[in-house]
Write a protein that binds this ligand. Sequence first.
Ligand code: NAD
Length: 284
Amino acid sequence: MGNGIAHVFAQSGFTVTLIDVNAAQLEKAVITINKNFDRQIAKGSITEEAKTKAISNIATATDISTGVQQADLVVEAATENTELKLKIFKQIDEAAPAGCILATNTSSISITKIAAVTKRPELVIGMHFMNPVPVMKLVEIINGYATTAAVTNTIVELSNQLGKIPCVVNDYPGFIANRILMPMINEAIYSLYEDVAGVEAIDNVMKLGMAHPMGPLQLADFIGLDVCLSILKVLQDGFGNPKYAPCPLLVNMVTAGKLGVKSGEGFYVYTVGNKEWVVSDRLK
Ligand SMILES: NC(=O)c1ccc[n+]([C@@H]2O[C@H](COP(=O)([O-])OP(=O)(O)OC[C@H]3O[C@@H](n4cnc5c(N)ncnc54)[C@H](O)[C@@H]3O)[C@@H](O)[C@H]2O)c1
């Protein structure tokens, strides 16, 4: 997500410092950004000159303190882990200039909780980009409990400048995107678990009947079944409502290491070079 976010800011003329603790990840990110710009050039949506200019806007750093020293805005997109994000936000808060807005791309962690570890909670906000960032238009903007209207307006305007469509929501578990998406995915998994229909039938009903570009089970594979499970637990804990309880089949699949595309198998099996969707043998 970090490389996609750097991509869209750089393309819109902002100077960006891409920070990662892992130098190899930074190298990989720069290669990915180059490839994604080349794809845009091939489609005719940008020129070679625009790519050169955008790439020249991107610097990299492995140290948070030096990376954020001159920033007007920091968009954090590190691994989805609460303790890690709280630690990173303390570091960013100490090193970033006064007045710098601190945004997080978290999918599920409370913005209010993140803001509370900083000395500037009014300047902390959620900026939830969708994957792949250069392609997807939505930015879900999440107001923490203390976020000021001026900060929200700045981030809305900025998102427009990036060519995105901002939607402002308040900070409750799952925000809007995952509060609606994850129960739908969970219900699809329950439908399979209760043998109401098979994997392909469930996905086809939603693709062909509801005009979803991807069925919910396939989408879950792309998001990562472990990520879906963890977000459902955030909803279940956050609302204390059993309607968000993850389907036992999802729990079993994650326990068995069937995490979707990233592990090679989830509801479908993913083999390199094969673009056919093949349902996992276990679920046929
Ligand atoms: N993947 C998605 O589709 C998606 C969509 C929307 C939002 N998000 C959110 O974006 C964030 C990143 O997701 P991702 O899928 O890109 O994760 P990822 O695990 O692929 O990448 C996270 C990066 O953070 C780096 N990192 C870890 N600790 C760090 C530290 N202390 N300082 C600096 N960098 C550190 C890691 O080296 C890694 O390169 C998460 O909060 C996730 O919930 C992801």
